[in-house]
Design a protein around this ligand. Sequence first.
Ligand code: HEC
Ligand code: HEC
Length: 277
Amino acid sequence: MVCVVAALVCLDARPVIAGGQEPELRPQAAGTGQGAARPQRSTRDFLGLGAAPDEAAAKLGEPLFQANCSACHGAAARGGTGPNLVRSVLVLHDEKGEEIGPVIKAGRPQGGMPAFTSLTDVQIYDIAEYLHLQVELAANRGLYKHSDTMTSGDVEKGKAFFAANCVSCHSATGDLAGVGKRFSQPSAMLARIAWPSARGPRQATVTTPAGEMVKGTLVKYDDFETTLKAGTGAVTSWPTATIKVEIPDKLAGHRALLPKYSDDDLHNLTRYLMTLQ
Ligand code: HEC
Ligand code: HEC
């Protein structure tokens, strides 16, 4: 089984919730859950790993990681343009997001990592737990089943599923024309269907210190400065701390479908989209 599919099945059991629900409950539950949810204690001790990752949180953190971090840190957190987080000393030392959280919130602007000011504490906790689980899986290779090959998938069924579920936003001859050319591997296509990254410029609404609302295209957005190009072409910059920035999540509708796909649906869709050459 492909690991992304496994994750989707997991999402079935507990759909992605918007951050902010039960904000203190889960971290606390995990902190007090010594022993109970701690499998193979001796193996963990032998490997020098701390408390077992909170698997429920890790499942919620996975799509957040894929959406926000994987572009730089790699789909399995093993590095890309950003460092490998499975081998990061900082991640290893982190217990419950206390080390990872500040890096996510403030970014490393000098080093090329943006600040993620809109992720909630709970979401950050979930991402941290996802990373801990990756460390665990890497250390415990026997448990880590990953396959890059996909042999199943029915093109016609995929086409029908697409017609029923996707055409409200996509078109095989429009925005997704030739999408198959961009992915050499079915696994890359599958990952993209599961966790697309928004392309193109990001739209945002800035509320200025005077209370004025300005809509436009984000040119720059970090902890220090925000620059917006308005529809009129006017380009304005503000110190980020003085304004409110709202960035609509255009992938929300796409992600909302995730828990509804079965493994077969995803394999069929993948095969079908690969034919759009
Ligand atoms: C645009 C690329 C980019 C994105 C997106 C990104 N990072 Fe990073 N990240 C980097 C780079 C580059 C570094 C190294 C910067 C440095 O140390 O100066 C880094 C460093 C880190 C570190 C510190 C690692 C260490 O050992 O010091 C952590 C933890 C981290 N990122 C987590 C995340 C998480 C979690 C997300 C998503 C919420 C994320 N990053 C998104 C590029 C990115
Ligand atoms: C509610 C709207 C919506 C629905 C429904 C939807 N998507 Fe998406 N999807 C998006 C958006 C928005 C993007 C990001 C596209 C962009 O930024 O250009 C996206 C991206 C993608 C991408 C990545 C495209 C690329 O060029 O990288 C694929 C593949 C994809 N969707 C497949 C599907 C499939 C298959 C379905 C149906 C099972 C589906 N989507 C349903 C909104 C939707």
